[in-house]
Write a protein that binds this ligand. Structure first.
Ligand code: SAM
Length: 238
């Protein structure tokens, strides 16, 4: 599914690759503020798609590595790195997130970054959190920025343990582009399970921030009422 979506996303207004290539940073201001100074840091971006956020961290001075299991996504990321003149500080690796430690030859990073629509695709949060911990250098940290699981509470499936099978013929980035219906599976991990999976690895949670809807048009969270949680960010230190 992701392999088929990449070419659509690369030309979508949602991702706006042209704006990125003309210098725009795709990260949210609060992400940059919460992560802090990344100059000279080694940053690993898990499930990086075609790397716009990864490369935005590189523009801020980090040496970045992006991992995604979609080969077209990684090929796209490498091309964008070259076009943006970031090849010297950006590496992209094709790997399932669960195989990341071996694909990265057990390299350790100062920061592991995971964001916006990553966790719903993963069946096993405990294994994911172990991967994150294994990829961190002592003193390094995970920064997670995600859609709030409470958004699903409206559909009455907040605690659903089984994945939802979806046969999508459109993508979130371009509702007008038609794609062949490929089955995909989304897991509704509740917030408590996410935080507990991370804490169980021994990482120390520094903060869990929740953000209301109503803002952040770019991420689509402006459609969520300001009275409801739309996003959260979490920092956990090894
Ligand atoms: C919504 S995108 C990533 C979000 C990113 N913040 C963005 O908006 O570009 C989800 C990504 O996860 C990747 N992905 C899903 N399951 C994966 C897995 N098991 N291992 C590695 N990558 C995976 C997909 O290929 C896709 O690029």
């Amino acid at each position: 599914m992701w392999d088929g979506w990449v070419p659509i996303h690369l030309r979508s207004d949602f991702y706006d690759v042209d704006a990125f290539l003309s210098g725009e940073n795709t990260l949210q201001e609060f992400e940059i503020a919460e992560v802090g100074d990344v100059r000279g840091k080694n940053l690993l971006h898990l499930q990086c798609h075609f790397g716009l956020d990864t490369l935005s961290w590189a523009r801020l001075g980090a040496t970045v590595t992006g991992v995604d299991f979609s080969e077209p996504a990684i090929v796209g990321a490498r091309e964008l790195a070259a076009q943006a003149g970031l090849t010297p500080t950006a590496t992209f690796v094709v790997s399932d997130v669960y195989d990341a430690p071996s694909a990265l030859a057990d390299r350790r990073f100062d920061i592991v970054y995971v964001s916006w629509g990553a966790l719903v695709w993963l069946p096993d949060l405990a294994r994911w959190a172990e991967v994150v911990s294994q990829c961190l250098t002592p003193g390094g940290f995970l920064y997670l920025a995600e859609a709030h699981p409470f958004l699903r509470a409206a559909d009455d499936d907040y605690f659903r343990a089984e994945p939802e099978e979806i046969q999508s013929t459109e993508t979130y980035a371009d509702p007008n582009a038609r794609t062949p219906p490929v089955p995909s599976y989304e897991w509704a991990h509740p917030l408590g399970q996410i935080v507990t999976a991370i804490a169980d690895t021994g990482l120390r949670i520094s903060f869990l921030h929740e953000f209301p809807g109503g803002a952040y048009r770019r991420l689509g969270f402006d459609e969520v009422p300001a009275s409801r949680p739309a996003m959260y960010t979490l920092k956990a230190v090894r």
